[in-house]
Design a protein around this ligand. Structure first.
Ligand code: PLP
Length: 222
């Protein structure tokens, strides 16, 4: 008992403290997306009490369950960050304000059709893959530049930015290069939002221009 209260005093590693530390360390123009996948509605509620409103989920069913448990909190802002299965697009459009992980043209077209049918205007980020040899899904910068006119014309989709997931195995120097490349692409396309950086690389990502970091384990633990 004594040991436990002492260690919590010394390390103060409650979720509230981790949240405050991260908020203190990020510039005002950078938004923090708390990635709450695999974590409880109770922890989301705890964070919302101290000012966090944006939460990221990667599974539709899991997210909808939590949204139901938290439906008394009217200002929560839900982001979808997971692999999108085409049979889940409608639910994603209905239950999320922002979708970070749109990774191919057929998904864009489907989102466009369903957003119109559901009278929704989701914010869309396109997932890009900047390393040719990685297993990650996403648009290459070449195909994005080539079809940009077509994509940008798909109202009411609100195309606000790009998202990248740096492969874990990428050495720090190469990761930095990826971040720089995504910043250039965002500038060329005139987009506002750069969703780059997770628990292990958000500091580098911010230095290289990210304005939205997606933090899971550094907040909630592993
Ligand atoms: C899980 C996940 C995160 C958060 O990862 P951490 O390393 O735990 O911060 C961010 N983005 C995506 C797309 C994820 O799936």
């Amino acid at each position: 008992m004594f040991y436990r209260s002492l260690s919590s005093l010394v390390f103060s590693n409650s979720i509230e403290n981790k949240f405050k530390c991260i908020k203190k360390a990020i510039p005002l123009h950078v938004s923090l997306l708390a990635v709450s996948k695999n974590n409880s509605a109770k922890l989301i509620r705890q964070l919302s009490v101290i000012g966090q409103q944006s939460f990221g989920e990667n599974r539709v069913q899991e997210a909808i369950l939590k949204q139901d448990l938290l439906n008394d909190l009217t200002n929560l802002d839900w982001h979808f960050i997971g692999r999108i299965q085409s049979n889940k697009v409608r639910k994603i459009v209905i239950h999320f304000n922002t979708i970070h992980s749109v990774s191919n043209f057929s998904l864009v077209k489907q989102l466009h059709r369903i957003a119109i049918e559901e009278n929704r205007k989701p914010e869309i980020l396109l997932q890009i893959k900047l390393l040719s040899d990685q297993s990650k899904v996403g648009f290459s910068s070449k195909e994005l530049l080539k079809s940009w006119h077509m994509l940008a014309a798909l109202k009411p989709l609100n195309l606000i930015g790009l998202m990248i997931i740096a492969p874990l195995s990428t050495p720090s120097r190469d990761r930095r290069g990826l971040f720089v490349e995504s910043r250039k692409l965002i500038q060329v396309l005139g987009l506002q939002k750069s969703s780059v950086g997770m628990s292990n690389d958000w500091r580098e990502a911010i230095v290289e221009g990210s304005n939205c970091i997606r933090i899971g384990s550094a907040l909630f633990g592993h």
